[in-house]
Design a protein around this ligand. Sequence first.
Ligand SMILES: [Zn+2]
Length: 147
Amino acid sequence: MGIFEDVIINAKSFVGTVGKKAGEVVDSSKLKLAAADLRSEINRKYQILGRLSFEEMSIGKDFSKPKKELFDQIGELKTNLDSLNDMIASAAQKIKCDSCGCYNVKGAIFCNNCGEKLAYPEDASEHMSPDDVIDFTEDNFDDDDLL
Ligand SMILES: [Zn+2]
């Protein structure tokens, strides 16, 4: 389990360091990488679980104990993945105040806590701003897309 715990710990410390370094926005791309690692680890365990089930049927050996262990591990990894996804979501939607360090909703101009003007990074291309949201009620949405 060491590796997976490391992934989570790294992801968490990453939020801390990058949040400070960049001044305001946590880089969600690194968190996404950590989430991808977790997902592939979960898939790897699914694979072993399937392999054990196959061996069980083909040679008639009882693998219920290692299978239960894998079941528990997958459950734990999924919980970790959920919290990582939460972090990704909040990293994508929040902006950190340079002055007091508290998080504000993206798009806000002044800090909700101290009233300081919020600094946005130059390169915000990968972060969605309210202006980037596609309005499906307008011409952007064509009925033909449904076919
Ligand atoms: Zn502030």
